[in-house]
Design a protein around this ligand. Structure first.
Ligand SMILES: [Zn+2]
Length: 104
């Protein structure tokens, strides 16, 4: 056991405390000065929450970028289709008119 790393008496009130106690049961003083684990719990949770938030933000950004990229590709494709259809339609009309004129 790593009992030696923890004080057997409270640094705040001097009362004997259990080795596994993180806080003095008498005065509430933190009993783990050598181990920053309890101190790291708060920041770690905050970091995890921040990382999670960043992850969601990154995911949202990636999804948005993908949607924009797909929308841009689709828009470009539609533009290309429209650009191809317009001349084709005009040519078709011209052919039809030409055929009509030829028939007439
Ligand atoms: Zn104490």
């Amino acid at each position: 056991m790593a009992v030696a790393t923890r004080p057997s008496v409270c640094a705040g009130c001097g009362q004997p405390v259990a080795a596994g106690d993180a806080f003095c049961p008498v005065c509430g003083t933190r009993l783990v000065p050598d181990r920053p684990m309890p101190v790291r719990v708060g920041p770690a949770d905050t970091e995890r929450a921040a990382r999670s938030t960043n992850g969601w933000l990154l995911a949202a950004l990636v999804v948005t970028a993908l949607v924009l990229a797909v929308a841009g590709l689709v828009g470009a494709w539609i533009g290309a289709q429209v650009a191809e259809v317009d001349p084709g339609g005009a040519a078709g009309d011209g052919d039809a008119a030409a055929a009509e004129s030829m028939d007439a």
